[in-house]
Design a protein around this ligand. Structure first.
Ligand SMILES: Nc1ccn([C@@H]2O[C@H](COP(=O)(O)OP(=O)(O)OP(=O)(O)O)[C@@H](O)[C@H]2O)c(=O)n1
Ligand SMILES: C[C@](O)(CO)[C@H](O)COP(=O)(O)O
Length: 247
């Protein structure tokens, strides 16, 4: 089994509202993309398998910065890891597709992970890989939904009408890293490529593209530490959990 990881870091972080692209914003003095890359490279399966190719998608104007930051992580890992840094696309889906194009021929398992989930622990990464290795071609980590979920209709200017309350017992909130048999993920991106140009049509995760090809996606237990940094509040929480100090 040869494992590669595509680490998405090309977003601007518009909802974060920081002067820097989100992936290079620091928590505890360390950029998010560095935290995320460290976790991916630290992960080990029960028999010692680890990520041997890391492909990072970066904003076009920050390719060199991201390459230098993640290059240090690869050096620290003291393992034989190939690093590629590529420019991202217009959407996350396009960025992942650009990352997949860099995979070396020997890769057969692919993880897709967000720099925006910098504290996904290595054990979670390993859990996803193990589930792929056990025979599931597509695996996502998920956590139970804690809020009551309602489907709503079009608004009238004062609010939106509730159409139904969705039973939440069989709902999960899905995280990254997501893991795939390479051929399944590449085919899903090829089939879904027409959706990728625009946020309104692009898949919000890779498993969604795989589902659309009729392949079953499996859920393994997620981890609260893999929470996504989307807003300024998320960043403050991440900082407080990491250092005990406000951002
Ligand atoms: N064109 C894009 C858009 C997003 N991403 C990455 O996909 C992950 C999840 O995206 P999100 O959290 O939405 O990040 P941003 O797109 O940067 O945030 P926003 O939507 O607030 O602008 C992030 O690691 C982000 O860097 C990417 O590689 N390429
Ligand atoms: C891939 C993801 O992290 C799974 O929860 C999420 O869908 C990314 O969402 P965004 O639309 O890029 O914020």
């Amino acid at each position: 089994m040869t494992i590669a990881a595509v680490l998405t870091a090309a977003g601007s972080g518009s909802r974060l509202g920081h002067a820097l692209p989100k992936a290079v914003v620091p928590v505890a003095g360390v950029p998010l993309v560095v935290h995320a890359a460290r976790a991916l490279l630290a992960a080990r399966t029960a028999d010692g398998a680890s990520v041997t190719q890391l492909v990072v998608t970066a904003p076009a104007a920050h390719l060199d910065t991201v390459a230098a930051l993640v290059g240090e992580v690869v050096d620290e890992a003291a393992a034989d890891v190939r690093l590629d840094v590529v420019g991202g696309g217009r959407t996350r889906q396009e960025s992942v597709a650009a990352g997949l194009a860099e995979l070396t021929d020997d890769v057969d398992v692919v993880l897709v992970h967000d720099a925006a989930r910098p504290f996904a622990p290595p054990a979670l990464v390993a859990r996803v890989v193990e589930a792929v290795r056990s025979g599931h071609a597509a695996v996502v980590p998920g956590l139970p939904v804690v809020d009551t979920i309602k489907r709503v209709g079009a608004g009238d200017g004062t609010g939106r009408p509730v159409l139904e309350t969705v039973p939440r017992g069989d709902l999960v909130a899905v995280q990254t890293p997501q893991g795939f048999a390479r051929d399944v993920l590449e085919r899903a991106h090829a089939v879904g490529s027409g959706r990728g140009a625009d946020e309104t049509t692009a898949a919000s995760d890779d498993a969604g593209l795989v589902e659309a090809t009729g392949v079953r996606v499996w859920v393994v237990p997620g981890d609260e530490r893999a929470a996504k940094v989307t807003t300024a509040r998320d960043l403050m929480v991440a900082q407080a959990l990491t250092t005990g100090a406000p951002a």
